[in-house]
Design a protein around this ligand. Sequence first.
Ligand code: SF4
Length: 90
Amino acid sequence: MRALGQEVGDCVDCYQCVAVCPTGIDIRDGAQLDCIQCGLCIDACDTVMTKIGRPTRLIAYDNDINIQRRIAGKAPIYRIVRRAPSFMSP
Ligand code: SF4
């Protein structure tokens, strides 16, 4: 998507993610310490994007490793069960 001749993302600046956030942060600035992981911004964003026929999941739960993997063009890794740290193994 392009705007004013510049390459931009799919966000349409509707500000619904900011409006619904109980802690008042702008998640478009990235992961932040004040986030309580309530997911209201995800639902608000997906609702707007669905209504206007644009891609959903602009905001999602993720971890730093998978964010870096996506940037590198690699598939994310999901582990259903966490491994115990090595110092806990007999
Ligand atoms: S998940 Fe975090 S950023 Fe999103 S609405 Fe909740 S507190 Fe705000």
